[in-house]
Design a binder for this molecule. Structure first.
Ligand SMILES: Nc1ncnc2c1ncn2[C@@H]1O[C@H](COP(=O)(O)OP(=O)(O)OP(=O)(O)O)[C@@H](O)[C@H]1O
Ligand SMILES: [Mg+2]
Length: 450
């Protein structure tokens, strides 16, 4: 039977090592000491089961644990508690509302193994219900009925099963990360982790430690051993986002890890084999980067085994409105006081005519803004930010400052009109004082009556 992956949040590291050894036959455990790190891991890898180890004075970390367990809706949590903690009412309430089950110390590992099995079963059931609830027009959670997307899905289907390296290209916001997650979720590695690394967001001097990990004392500040992202992706998927920004100086190291399927932690000489599938994504043309000498050719060919190209939103005939409706429905179910149930004719026309430089992400953002601002049943082109002024500034390549000012102006004016030009009410809705509201009306020359 395949080992189950379990995340152990044990802030003091008191029993995780012993636990890991005792659970050796049923589970593969990842021990994490900080709640922030645990949240980060869960954002990229939806662990089905997590253990939280409390110690006698960990009630101080109560809020932290509460936040962690409540922000990971796909994970079933099991608490390990010292018996004396159970007398606290707030502690009892937390166990009752946020945990699948709890075990008291000293541990009966055999019983814990059984609970882990049950929690796993429940998490799988929840996942399967969630997946079946997706709409018919979305495959793999990716919405699209246009011919270009249909052929994309056909290719994706073949790529999923191949267990080879994948390169995903496409303009910004076309859904590259969504596709990477879908490949992981549907592949035989779905029970393994999905570890995402944004190569553009990590400073060059940290990327080696982040990817390969390090041994305690490898450099000043390396207080304890750290497992790198490649090693953390063992039996799963390593998603290298914005690979075009991967520093040239480290590309040879990455290539070696890909070829040898092994890594060496910084400060060590031992090669550790890792079984991982790589999915890389880039919004820039990597071949151009190769020609410009910014990307190694051998690494490019190593990554470009299977290539998926996501079409830009403007090329997906018919999908814009389908996506807009789907996104509106999703947002309306989250924003309980949203009145909007559809789009006005001018909005539909604007959605179809616009060239969508930011693709699906931009569509999502515009609808989100409209859901918050619109007071009407039908969202207008104006609610979506399509009016002469905003479009002109976009076409001229507005500076950040101009773009912000233009957005501020729109939000303030829309809110004022939505509140029948009542300045106090509008200020309250925006969460600013009346004085600030008047200052903004003045700054943006907005009349208090239309
Ligand atoms: N076809 C789709 N159906 C539903 N949602 C989508 C689709 N494509 C993208 N999205 C949503 O749009 C947003 C942007 O997608 P994603 O982050 O995957 O884009 P990306 O290509 O990785 O962008 P970037 O290059 O900027 O990193 C996400 O919220 C994603 O869920
Ligand atoms: Mg992305």
């Amino acid at each position: 039977m395949a080992l189950r992956n379990i995340l152990i949040f044990d802030p003091k590291g008191g029993i995780s090592e012993r636990l890991r050894e005792s659970l050796d036959e049923v589970a593969k455990c990842l021990h994490i000491e900080s709640a922030a790190d645990a949240q980060k891991v869960l954002r990229s890898t939806p662990y089905q089961v997590g253990l939280v180890v409390f110690d006698s004075d960990s009630e101080s970390a109560f809020r932290e644990v509460e936040l962690l367990v409540n922000s990971s809706s796909m994970t079933e949590w099991i608490a390990i508690v010292p018996p004396e903690s159970l007398s606290s009412l707030s502690f009892q309430a937390l166990l009752l509302t946020s945990f699948y089950d709890y075990h008291t110390l000293p541990l009966d590992v055999r019983r814990l193994g059984v609970t882990i099995g049950h929690a796993h079963g429940k998490a799988s059931l929840r996942r399967s219900v969630n997946e079946n609830q997706t709409t018919a027009s979305s495959r793999f959670g990716i919405c699209g009925e246009s011919p270009v997307m249909q052929s994309f899905f056909q290719r994706l289907e073949r790529v999923i099963d191949a267990d080879l390296t994948v390169l995903i290209s496409g303009e910004t916001g076309t859904g590259k990360e969504l596709v990477a997650q879908a490949i992981h979720k549907r592949s035989k590695r779905s029970q393994g982790p999905f570890v995402a690394v944004n190569c553009a967001a990590i400073p060059e001097n940290l990327i080696q430690a982040e990817l390969f990990g390090y041994e305690k004392g490898a450099f000043s500040g390396a207080g304890q051993r750290k497992i790198g992202s490649i090693e953390a992706a063992d039996e799963g998927v390593l998603f290298l986002d914005e690979i075009g920004d991967f520093p040239m100086s480290l590309q040879a190291n990455l290539l070696r890890a890909l070829q040898e399927r092994a890594i060496i932690r910084v400060g060590s000489v031992k090669s550790i084999p890792v079984d991982f599938r790589i999915i890389a994504a880039s919004h820039i043309d990597l071949l151009e980067a190769v020609k410009a000498g910014r990307f190694r050719e051998d690494l490019y060919y190593r990554l470009n085994v299977l290539h998926l190209i996501l079409p830009a939103l403007r090329e997906r005939a018919g999908d814009i409105l389908l996506l807009a409706e789907t996104i509106l429905k999703e947002l309306a179910s989250i924003h309980k006081n949203c009145r909007a149930t559809g789009f006005a004719p001018d909005a539909l026309q604007a959605l179809n005519n616009y060239h969508w430089p930011g693709n699906v992400r931009e569509l999502k953002n515009r609808i989100h803004r409209a859901v918050i601002l619109s007071e009407r049943r039908l969202i207008s082109a104006r609610d979506l930010g399509f009016d002469a002024e905003v479009q002109a500034s976009e076409e001229l390549g507005a500076t950040l400052e101009n773009a912000r000012a233009s957005l501020d102006r729109k939000i303030v004016e829309n809110c004022l009109r939505a509140n029948a030009n009542n300045v106090s009410k509008a200020a309250r809705q925006l969460g600013i004082s009346r004085v600030t509201m008047y200052r903004m009306l003045n700054k943006h020359s907005i009349a208090t009556a239309p």
